[in-house]
Design a protein around this ligand. Structure first.
Ligand code: NAD
Ligand code: UDP
Length: 332
């Protein structure tokens, strides 16, 4: 199979590219490094079946040669990222998704949309099943992401129904693992960075809000199973292991052996109160369930962060802007 992965240099995308290469497939990774670094895929650029194209998919997405599958992952995903990049987020969710679906239609390729648990907004049904329509504030700050993803889902279904594209939707719940940007603002990289620096752990609100945490290897397994299935979805992919943010902070302090204290800061607007996937459909349709214990995933992520963080001043490590690397194809 020759697969295109949009957003392939991102956190999840880079793990997916690795997995596809290991399975013997060819991969075209398309990314503009808006929220990632070329470092995530630098180790793949010498691989004979890997091609890295640096480009913005909202400007068009022509890929020469055959394409059997399009994994569409390009989009800011961290709330901090999409709140500082609202228009880019809406553009990649709309025009970017359109271009990715057009590529799949033109090449007669299968298509997989990486949608999100944010499609459920601040859910009033718990745990969340795929049949739940959600509870989204359409004009709140998070709507740039939530509604872009909901538009992406609607567009994907329209291509499935009206253009005959074998298009599928997964809704991904909070996923973590090695290669997350320490400064991306999401809860796990933030807490690990703070804990390793001995800095205060910034819990929002009283920390009673919950998230359910999935290790990236399990998630990637779910993505490939969904592509290979006959189902269009949407299908939830996530680990039902639900923890409060305060419990998570204490867990990370313990696992890092940190002396950090917990400090309470204000909750962001429209921050969802509870989130846990019902993964019955993924089990029945894909034979999928997560197998990595959250604690093991946290340990592996902490090890990765320790190896990447600047030993002199861990607290100040910031995202490095992308620099061209050997093997990168720049596409205007
Ligand atoms: P990420 O920010 O690490 O990766 C996103 C990638 O998309 C980045 O490499 C970025 O540079 C690229 N990108 C953004 N706009 C682009 C554009 N216009 N053209 C080309 N590339 C572009 O985030 P992630 O956590 O790896 O998320 C990947 C996908 O999974 C996203 O679509 C996200 O919505 C979805 N998702 C992730 C999670 C999670 O917990 N990580 C949860 C739900 C959904
Ligand atoms: N959060 C926190 N401290 C931080 C970053 C996030 O307490 O420094 C909280 C955030 O308010 C939310 C939860 O952790 O309640 C998960 O936030 P994240 O940004 O990881 O993703 P979300 O699930 O909200 O998309």
């Amino acid at each position: 199979m020759r697969a295109v992965v949009t957003g392939g240099a991102g956190f999840i995308g880079s793990h997916l590219c690795e997995r596809l290469l290991a399975a013997g497939h060819a991969v075209v990774c398309v990314d503009n490094f808006l929220t990632s670094s070329v470092k995530n895929v630098e180790h793949l650029t010498d691989h004979s079946r890997f091609r890295l194209e640096c480009r913005d998919i909202t400007q068009g997405l022509d890929v020469s040669g055959p394409v059997d599958a399009v994994f569409h992952l390009a989009s800011p995903a961290s709330p901090v990222d999409y709140l500082r990049l609202p228009l880019e987020t809406m553009r990649v969710g709309s025009a970017g998704t359109w271009n990715a679906l057009d590529l799949a239609a033109t090449k007669d390729a299968r298509f997989l949309l990486s949608s999100t648990s944010e499609s459920y907004g601040d859910p009033q049904v718990h745990p969340q099943t795929e049949s739940y329509w959600g509870h989204v504030n359409p004009v709140g700050p998070r709507s740039v992401y939530d509604e872009a993803k909901r538009f992406s889902e609607a567009l994907t279904m329209a291509y499935r129904r009206h253009r005959g594209v074998d298009a599928k939707i997964v809704r991904i719940f909070n996923t973590f693992g090695p290669r997350m940007r320490p400064d991306d603002g999401r809860v796990i990289p933030t807490f690990i960075r703070q804990a390793l620096a001995g800095a205060p752990i910034t819990v929002t609100g009283d920390g009673s809000q919950t998230r359910s945490l999935c290790y990236v290897d399990d998630l990637v397994d779910g993505l490939t199973r969904m592509l290979d299935s006959d189902h269009g979805g949407p299908v939830n992919l996530g680990n039902p292991h639900e923890v409060s943010v305060l419990e998570l902070a204490r867990w990370i302090i313990e696992l890092t052996g940190s002396s950090s204290e917990i400090t309470l800061i204000p909750r962001p607007e429209d921050d969802p109160e509870r989130r846990r996937p019902d993964i019955t459909a993924a089990g029945e349709l894909l034979g999928w369930k997560p197998t990595t214990p959250v604690e093991q995933g946290l340990r592996d992520t902490i090890t990765d962060f320790r190896s990447r963080l600047n030993l002199v001043d861990r607290a100040k490590l910031v995202h490095q802007p992308a620099t061209p690397a050997p093997g990168v194809v720049a596409v205007s």
